[in-house]
Design a binder for this molecule. Structure first.
Ligand SMILES: Cc1cc2nc3c(=O)[nH]c(=O)nc-3n(C[C@H](O)[C@H](O)[C@H](O)COP(=O)(O)O)c2cc1C
Length: 379
């Protein structure tokens, strides 16, 4: 079958800090729960990420910066030397395949459970997740997190910085601070989860303080040009309720605009929303937009290409796609060739399991071989 190659700004090269990206497609961070029980990345994770090395940039899945920050079972971590060694195999494999890779740092805050981490979760305030949570013992009622002391706030900031140093030691080009999707940093930002009356709560200035301290400490540790920040203004995932989204983000981003960060990454980026344009106005640096395609799916036939182009036209610099990369190791080549995409298989394989539904998605060459395979002969 002949296909017409697609011309698109998505395939133009771009600069990101000191990196030269061959295209503007970013693989969004996606937890796949394939680390061992101690959070050490498994060898198949190296295969999985290396398969996707043609992305302009890979942002590897959320890794926990300390033990109490663990969200779910088999989430990778980045706070000891075994974690560094495990991740080193991943970054070596990606580099050998010609790719570029950042690591996302995520502390779960109230999204955690003693059955998973062995520790009582901590959060800005003792407000539980209004839902069950997936744990090492299956789905359980969430627990009331313990309110963080000022000492714990300080040590958590330090843990993010130390995790970032570990990530660089493990060979990552940089880290992404996860301030989205209802995890610890967004719990500080949001009125619904932050009832503190000290310097880390109350006004917008108080609620953004923790995020600013984390980004500052991580930037001091590894250089701001190697630090990205992920935000999800207004999302309600994981029971988050910000209250004053329109005030939080201009204040947060205004305070970070001149810090020389590698990028800002916005989830649910939508050019039809005024906030997207406000963010573009405030943020002088690289803006990665993640459009969030129909959820839970199926994905559009073009894998998000047109939506990505719309975001570039509206001022984004790079476009992050998640599930399209999950199911298509050679997504860039497929989009460029106008080739059909693999659909995402069984959702149960997203967050668990081994190689099946992980490293066994076919690439175009395999499709071509299959097309050419002789018909089975009955005998
Ligand atoms: C299996 C899976 C795991 C995810 N894990 C993370 C994660 O670790 N960190 C994060 O910030 N977002 C995570 N997300 C959200 C994605 O980064 C992305 O925002 C979402 O999939 C929407 O993009 P898409 O429509 O292109 O898939 C995850 C999504 C999926 C499907």
């Amino acid at each position: 079958m002949t296909r017409t190659p697609v011309a698109s700004r998505l395939f133009e090269a771009a600069n990101l800090g000191t990196l030269r990206l061959p295209n503007r497609l970013v693989m969004a961070p996606m937890s796949r729960n394939r680390a061992d029980d101690d959070g050490v990345p498994s060898p198949i994770m190296a295969t999985y990420y290396a398969q996707r090395a043609s992305a302009g940039l890979i942002i590897a899945e959320a890794a926990t910066p300390n033990a109490v920050g663990q969200t779910y079972p088999n989430i990778p971590a980045i706070y000891n030397q075994a974690h560094v060694a495990g991740w080193r195999q991943v970054t070596d494999a990606v580099r050998a395949a010609g790719g570029r890779i950042f690591l996302q740092l995520e502390h779960g805050g109230r999204i955690g459970h003693p059955d998973t981490s062995g520790l009582m979760p901590i959060a800005p305030s003792p407000v539980p997740l209004p839902d069950t949570i997936f744990t090492s013992s299956g789905h359980l009622a969430s627990v009331v997190p313990r309110e963080m002391t000022l000492d714990e706030i300080g040590s958590t900031v330090a843990d993010f910085a130390s995790a970032a140093r570990n990530a660089i030691d493990a060979g990552f080009a940089g880290v992404e601070v996860h301030a989205a999707n209802g995890y610890l940093i967004q719990q500080f930002l949001a009125q619904g989860t932050n009832h503190r009356t000290d310097a880390y709560g109350g006004s917008v200035a108080g609620r953004i303080r923790f995020a600013l301290e984390v980004v500052q400490a991580v930037g001091d540790a590894i250089g701001p040009e190697r630090v990205g920040l992920r935000i999800a203004p207004g999302v309600t995932v994981n029971g988050i309720r910000e209250g004053d989204t329109g005030s939080i983000y201009p204040a947060l981003l205004g305070a970070l605009a001149d810090k020389g960060l590698a990028y800002l990454h916005v989830v649910f980026a939508d050019p039809d929303q005024p906030l997207f344009h406000d963010i573009r106005r405030i943020w002088p640096g690289t803006l990665i937009a993640n459009p969030v395609l129909p959820w839970p799916g199926p994905l559009p036939a073009d894998g998000g290409r047109r939506e990505g182009e719309r975001l570039l036209a509206a001022g984004a610099d790079l476009v992050a796609l998640g599930r399209a990369f999950l199911a298509n190791p050679d997504l860039v080549e497929r989009l460029r060739a106008g080739a059909p995409l693999n659909p995402v298989r069984d959702r149960g394989l997203m967050y668990a399991g081994g190689e099946i539904g992980y490293t066994d998605y076919p690439v175009l060459a395999a499709d071509r071989d299959r097309d050419r395979a002789p018909e089975p002969v009955a005998c």
